[in-house]
Design a protein around this ligand. Structure first.
Ligand code: ADP
Ligand code: MG
Ligand code: MG
Length: 908
């Protein structure tokens, strides 16, 4: 650990820089960077994240050495500013701001105007700015300090404020008179005294240390912990604390405070996008107390300051080579920058911005690829409202389009209800006056979010965009009545549980449930829109083509039908990694033959049923191989236990009982049902996941595999004769011991030879196995003697490694996640320490036998970015995922290649 714990920053003079986020947090590192490149940043210093851990370890104490460093830097700040902290002459006021490595919107709290007390306020009031201003600062300090440090409920302060405003017929805070403010302050102080037992602290050093401690403590408050869980942020990173000289946006009509983005974070369009308030301070803009004005109004009101803001933010974007989200304050028309960071954006915006930055020459393709989160691509494929259906329903109200996408759901008014309803499988829209960090859990459970107040940078908007959840904010036309659980829009009343539809792209709110239609990109892919007519498709495609030039892993798709195959190809798939033959069995016209096959008592009967199935299977394979011309197609032989194709025992018993009592004359039918029931009973298993399935079926009923192999080779031979290039790969599921594979392979080799001879064609093909049983991974060297390829079936592998059935675990596993026993769900992302270790071993052992053994993955994890990174690292050849995840996988595969390249270039 470092001996230095506090880092100073001032214009042209900073001890930190932007790459020190681990130590200084994002806010501190960027304040230092901005100061270092000469931008107007009020000076200050950052107490490092190391101290947060020291603080927690020492039972919530600031170590004395660090305290000395803080005092030393405070002196330095006093010298630089010519002001003195706590002095009655020329008092220095500071803000105390939290800032972790990753930005956590609204998670940690800020205290402004620290350094004010009953004495210093007099000096502030005497200085040109006036008494009203000083009182405004003081009442804010008492409220923020009491909330953050003394933990007195904010609401109690708000209630006092409301009462005074109402009593004096005042709507806006800035209309409070000196007298009102004096009354407010004295009531606030009385509240502090009665709640905490002490008066508001007058010692400014005490104020400072208490505030710094409170920031460190807030790292472990429940909402910060929830946020970290949701966003996979480690708990031990800690937060830094920034202490910074105050500048005042509440200095009068020539002062203002605001926030903005260098590009539109919802659409990606290049424009200065943001909001500000005149004569306001700090959180006023995002808190939704007053509805802020868009930045272009600033251009009219303070043209000089606006021009400077535009120049500085353009420079920031160039400097950081990414869209910036900034905070600023104007004191008497002088601009100060208070924060900058990479802007959170929607999937649409992320793609557009990445491509635009490259085309504007601001960044390289490699850097651009790192600017888009793979999962965010999903948002571009989400459905939008059906235009015709939408036109049928009146617009109830219109708000600000804060996070795009279409969402329909039942109205709920609290975050807890959103969670409870969605647990019951309901789709909900969370409707709030405004949201706060306490609502995070409800927001993530909702289809969409609607707020009555707040602008496009309000909490709801920021979080909505980040979660990819459609969001409409600042919808002032709706009036909420939370007690009655309803809202009104004009003369329409909407009660809890009623359906509404919100359009986060236009800001429209409709009553009722609007049908959705595929997104623009899907419509292009389905041929309904021409590619050249869709800008978003073109950007999407460009970015993914850059990804293809870089990635090492191949990306295939899990696909059973020609239609899905076409979709997968359009998304850029390079083959099929898993075709599940049983999916083809479930079709109606085939089920009778499947039943017949299962009910067969002799091999002969079974063969006869199979002969009916053969033409169907052949047709399926023919279509799939043809659609995938030129690419490998992996077909898995029959996998699920046979009873899955039969009716449930309970249903049959009921049917039989009914038949016997009301139609006892239908002897034949009754007999048939009885036979079926008998068979179902014999086939029923205690533990189907571990029962008679996978290659175990093929071993006991070789004729099934024979039929499937015949269908495959008949199809490919025919295609080969038509001149279609085919690359069949036949995959045996659930192998645990080499002999199982030997057994199945023998059948397939024999069929292959027979069919190819018949057609007089020769086709190269592979026979491989899934690795989804621990024993297969452990004996992978032996299994590789028989296998041409391995494909990890990580769903079953995870179940068998954990000895846990995913379907039976659904209930209690949620508990595991909630209580942190599992950090991640191993059925979503590969459990690297357990399952991953076996995968690594299987790759090594397999390749020890066959150095060029092809290895892939076809479990659900094949579409999960973190699992894809891992697959790249252990040397897999390909990942296979659903068609819709192919773009995600392409991007993730490129990112891990780039990251690896970067790491190898960095000397350590
Ligand atoms: P958050 O992490 O919640 O955004 P910040 O630390 O950025 O919190 O503080 C919130 C707001 O407080 C800032 O956007 C800014 O308007 C105001 N603020 C913080 N420090 C100062 C300062 N030194 N002078 C003036 N305003 C400040
Ligand atoms: Mg901020
Ligand atoms: Mg399996």
């Amino acid at each position: 650990m470092n001996d230095k714990h506090v880092y100073f920053f001032g214009k042209d003079n900073a001890e930190g820089h932007k790459d020190m986020k681990d130590l200084l947090g994002g806010k501190g590192a960027n304040l230092a960077e901005m100061a270092g490149i000469g931008l107007p940043v009020p000076p200050g210093f950052t107490v490092s994240t190391d101290v947060c851990n020291l603080f927690v370890e020492s039972g919530n104490n600031i170590p004395s050495g660090v305290e000395n460093e803080i005092h030393f830097n405070m002196k330095k700040l006093e010298n630089l500013t010519g002001q003195n902290f706590g002095s009655e002459e020329n008092p220095l006021l500071v803000s105390v701001r939290s800032g972790a490595k990753f930005s956590m919107p609204g998670m940690m709290d800020t205290v402004l105007n620290l350094g004010l007390n009953d004495k210093t306020i007099k000096e502030l009031a005497a200085k040109g700015s006036g008494k009203r201003f000083a009182l405004d600062c003081y009442r804010r300090l008492i409220q923020m300090f009491s909330d953050v440090v003394l933990e007195i409920s904010k609401k109690k302060f708000e209630d006092i404020l409301k009462t005074i405003k109402a009593g004096n017929n005042i709507v806006n805070d800035f209309d409070l008179s000196e007298k009102n403010l004096e009354e407010l302050i004295s009531e606030y102080k009385a509240l502090v005294k009665s709640e905490s037992g002490h008066g508001f602290p007058q010692d400014v050093q005490e104020q400072l240390l208490l505030a710094i401690s409170a920031v460190f403590k807030s790292w472990n408050n429940p909402r910060a912990i929830t946020y970290r869980r949701l966003n996979l942020i480690p708990d031990d990173l800690g937060t830094a604390v920034n202490v910074q000289q105050m500048v005042f946006g509440n200095f009068g009509e020539r002062s203002a405070t605001g926030v903005g983005f260098t590009r539109n974070p919802a659409s990606g369009i290049k424009e200065l996008y943001g909001e500000f308030l005149i004569n306001a301070q700090g959180e006023d803009v995002v808190a939704g107390v007053r509805t802020p004005m868009p930045l272009n109004v600033l251009e009219e009101k303070m043209p000089e300051a606006y021009k400077e803001l535009a120049e500085i933010t353009t420079e920031l974007e160039k400097h950081y080579r990414d869209i910036q989200d900034f905070e600023f304050t104007i004191q008497e028309e002088t601009l100060f920058m208070l924060q900058t960071r990479s802007g959170k954006r929607t999937g649409q915006a992320a793609v557009k911005i990445a491509v635009d930055l490259v085309e504007e020459g601001l960044t390289s393709k490699e850097e651009a690829l790192m600017l888009v989160e793979p999962e965010a691509l999903n948002q571009l494929l989400h459905p939008v409202f059906d235009v015709e259906d939408k036109a049928k329903l009146d617009v109830l109200a219109r708000g600000l389009a804060a996070s795009p996408g279409a969402a329909a759901g039942q109205v709920v008014f609290t975050a807890d209800e959103a969670v409870a309803w969605s647990k019951d499988g309901k789709k909900v829209i969370l409707v709030r006056e405004e949201t706060s960090p306490d609502d995070i859990h409800g927001m993530s459970a909702s289809q969409g979010i609607l707020t009555a107040t707040g602008g496009i940078t309000s909490h709801a908007a920021v979080v909505g965009r980040q979660m990819g959840t459609p969001c409409v904010v600042g919808c002032s036309e709706i009036r909420l009545n939370e007690e009655k659980k309803m809202f009104t829009a004009g003369n329409v009343e909407i009660k809890e549980g009623e359906w509404i539809s919100i359009d986060g792209t236009s800001g429209d709110v409709h009553g009722g449930q609007i049908a959705t239609q595929p997104s623009e990109i899907i419509q292009v892919i389905e041929g309904k829109i021409k590619p050249q007519e869709s800008m978003i498709y073109q950007d999407f495609n460009k970015l993914l083509q850059w990804a293809d030039q870089i990635k090492r892993l191949k990306v295939r798709s899990n696909t059973d039908t020609p239609e899905d195959a076409n979709m997968a190809l359009a998304f850029g798939a390079e083959g099929v990694g898993l075709a599940r033959t049983e999916h083809m069995f479930f079709e109606r016209e085939r089920l009778p033959f499947i039943k017949e096959m299962i009910l067969a008592e002799t091999e002969e009967e079974r063969r006869s049923a199979l002969s009916h199935l053969l033409p169907f299977q052949k047709e399926d394979f023919y279509g799939l191989f043809k659609a995938m011309e030129g690419y490998p197609v992996t077909i898995r032989t029959l996998d699920p236990p046979l009873h899955e194709f039969l009716p449930r025992k309970e249903d049959l018993m009921v049917e039989l009982a009914v038949l016997k009592s009301s139609h006892s004359d239908q002897k034949e039918k009754i007999q048939e049902l009885e036979k079926l029931l008998e068979r179902v009973k014999t086939l029923s298993e205690f533990n189907p996941m571990l029962g008679h399935r996978g290659c175990r079926l093929g071993v006991s009923y070789p004729e099934i595999i024979e039929m499937q192999a015949t269908a495959i080779f008949e199809a490919v031979c025919e295609l080969a004769k038509e001149g279609v290039k085919v690359y069949p790969e036949i995959m045996i599921p659930l192998v645990g011991i080499k002999q199982e594979l030997t057994n199945q392979k023998k059948i397939i080799l024999c069929v292959a030879e027979k069919v190819m001879n018949k057609h007089k064609v020769k086709i190269d093909y592979l026979i491989g196995t899934m690795i989804e049983i621990p024993r297969a991974a452990i004996t992978a060297d032996e299994i590789a003697e028989e296998a041409d390829f391995f494909s990890f079936g990580t769903n079953d592998l995870t179940q068998t490694v954990y000895g846990l059935s995913r379907d039976d675990g659904a209930g209690f596993l949620a508990h595991y996640l909630a209580h942190g026993i599992w950090k991640d769900n191993p059925f979503e992302t590969v459990d690297i320490e357990g399952v991953g270790e076996l995968m690594k071993m299987a790759v090594q052992k397999g390749r020890a036998t066959k150095p060029h053994l092809k290895v892939g993955i076809c479990g659900v994890h094949g579409g999960d970015p973190r699992s894809i990174y891992f697959c790249h690292e252990i040397g897999l050849d390909y990942v296979s995922c659903s068609a819709y995840q192919v773009p995600i996988a392409r991007l993730a595969a490129a990112q891990i290649t780039l990251r690896e390249k970067k790491a190898s270039e960095q000397p350590d």
